[in-house]
Design a protein around this ligand. Structure first.
Ligand code: MN
Length: 269
């Protein structure tokens, strides 16, 4: 099963199982074709809000949970940091479920000795976000963006193009969104400073990024709704972002062109 790459550490967040726009098939593909020493699930793994509004649980979502548990049994260290969409799991802070450890915050030490604070990021909603009306409007606008994204990508897939995030592109173009992202990054960095660590790894805003331009490194793993992204650590402690839809598009087997005798005869003629 694991013929692909071996990763020292992988951080995943915002998978949103139980939500219609979750790209579970892409994540399954990533997990089943690679192997991992440590896998951090940085929150919003199961979307309990979406499920309470409209229950959907396709077979691929089941398979994904099963694969995560299977990895934990096969020696991958799995640590789960619940977020806001899977908030009920937050009360199990510090407990073990089978092989899976649950924490609200966790400190990871990289191969080159850097200390990273791991958390989902919803902790900072009161200081970053605005009132409940803005949150509701934001939610509706986001749902609409994802609706556009879904149909756009259906058209792309029909033409044989790989998945591309239209919603992510539009979000990046909106100035208000960038201001909110800066506020969020500052809040995350401030918490890391409080704890005296070198960096912070989070999720929550579905915006993959590595920013090392300040005294505290900021890493956001992204999500598996739009970006299909993960944060990875190399054997020497280097951090980078991986976009699985782009990688998998490259490793998809290319149908070999075999020349038949008739073809070579034609060429010779
Ligand atoms: Mn979240």
């Amino acid at each position: 099963m694991t013929t692909g790459t071996h990763y020292k550490t992988v951080w995943l967040s915002d998978i949103h199982l139980g939500y219609k726009d979750c790209k579970a098939e892409y994540l399954l593909d990533f997990l089943q074709h690679n192997s991992f020493d440590t896998l951090y699930l940085v929150g919003d793994i199961v979307d309990m809000w979406a499920m309470s509004k409209r229950f959907m649980w396709p077979e691929s979502h089941n398979q994904l949970l099963h694969t995560l548990l299977q990895l934990s049994h096969q020696g991958t260290k799995v640590i789960y940091l619940p977020g806001n969409h899977d908030a009920p799991a937050q009360k199990y802070d510090g407990m073990h479920f089978g092989e899976v450890e649950i924490h609200r915050e966790y400190i990871h030490t990289t191969a080159d000795g850097k200390k990273l604070l791991l958390l989902h990021g919803d902790q900072f909603d009161p200081e970053v976000c605005f009132g409940p009306i803005q949150a509701w409007l934001g939610d509706k606008a986001y749902d609409f963006l994802l609706f556009l994204n879904r149909w756009y990508n259906k058209a792309r897939a029909a033409c044989g193009f790989p998945y591309w995030s239209l919603a992510g592109y539009i979000k990046g173009k909106i100035k208000g969104a960038n201001v909110a992202i800066e506020r969020y990054k500052n809040a995350c960095r401030n918490r890391a400073k409080e704890l005296g660590v070198d960096g912070v790894v989070c999720g929550h805003i579905h915006h993959p990024e590595i920013d090392t331009k300040a005294s505290v490194d900021y890493c956001n793993t992204g999500d598996w709704i739009e970006n299909c992204s993960a944060l990875i650590e190399s054997e020497n402690g280097q951090l980078s972002l991986l976009y699985w839809a782009k990688v998998s598009a490259q490793i998809e087997p290319v149908t070999p062109i075999t020349l038949t005798k008739a073809d070579t005869d034609k060429k010779a003629a």
